[in-house]
Design a protein around this ligand. Structure first.
Ligand SMILES: [Fe+2]
Length: 254
């Protein structure tokens, strides 16, 4: 009798292949194991555990125009200058989206708690920033970038579903978006939808495992996430994700 088949190993994926996929289709979905393999020390188990644990220390988003209290978050901004590797963290500043990109919560400066220094300087976030920058440079070579990092936790309870994107399927108003799953606990729903600029659906999938990622050319495609609800109604549930965005140009005036 033959031995059991070995567990499937995630296909190796080079940053170049990822860049080609985004250039061709406008988006890519990447398994978490493949993302981790691209992160070097930042993708090591202990680094990822510490990174994920920081989601337990997010603060309530007080800017939900629908009155919702189901979203916790932290925020940071960085700049990446042409020809200079890496990302420099900027002074803490509000997050701003035009109403055209966020009809629910756009049009106002929203202040969120800052990403903790240990997370902002940590190997995992820095490696994810470098990964995304390579893709952003592929879309628009030779430029400067204004980069924002968002840690989100959406909580759901019986009769109170969580809405990861209450504004619906949308553009972020940037060039590149990287969405990485951190943790799903006791959760149903939360499907990621990718649509073209006219709204026609291109793909629908669930980011489930740690670091399962969606990479989006935000000028070409829209994205959204369906509501989440607890799988076991007796237990707490949450959806933790990291969202990184690159917008061409240096930071707008504070
Ligand atoms: Fe978004």
């Amino acid at each position: 009798m033959s031995a059991a088949a070995p567990l499937a190993v995630a296909p190796e994926l080079s940053a170049g292949a990822l860049r080609a996929a985004v250039a061709e289709r406008g988006f890519a979905r990447v398994p978490g194991a493949a993302v981790a393999a691209l992160l070097g020390p930042g993708g090591a188990e202990a680094a990822l555990d510490a990174f994920a644990a920081s989601w337990d220390r997010l603060e309530v988003d007080g800017f939900m125009a629908d009155g919702g209290r189901y979203r916790r978050r932290r925020h940071a901004n960085f700049s990446a200058r042409r020809g200079v590797p890496g990302h420099e963290r900027g002074p803490h500043r509000p997050h701003f989206q035009a109403v055209v990109h966020n009809s629910l919560n756009g049009g106002v400066e929203r202040w969120f708690a800052p990403v903790e220094d240990t997370v902002g300087e940590g190997a995992t976030l820095r490696a994810l920033l470098d990964l995304g920058r390579g893709l952003a440079d592929g879309l628009a070579p030779g430029g400067d970038w204004f980069v924002e990092a968002h840690q989100f936790r959406i909580e759901a309870a019986v009769g109170a579903p969580g809405l990861p994107t209450p504004e619906g399927v949308h553009h972020d108003g940037v060039d590149l978006v990287l969405i990485a799953m951190v943790s799903r606990r006791n959760l149903d729903g939360g499907e990621t939808v990718v649509a073209d600029a006219a709204g026609a659906e291109l793909a629908r999938f669930t980011l489930r495992d740690r670091l399962d990622a969606a990479l989006l050319d935000d000028r070409r495609v829209r994205h959204g996430v369906s509501p989440v609800r607890p799988a076991d109604t007796a237990l707490p549930s949450c959806r933790d994700v990291l969202v990184l965005t690159w917008k061409r140009g240096l930071p707008p005036p504070a």
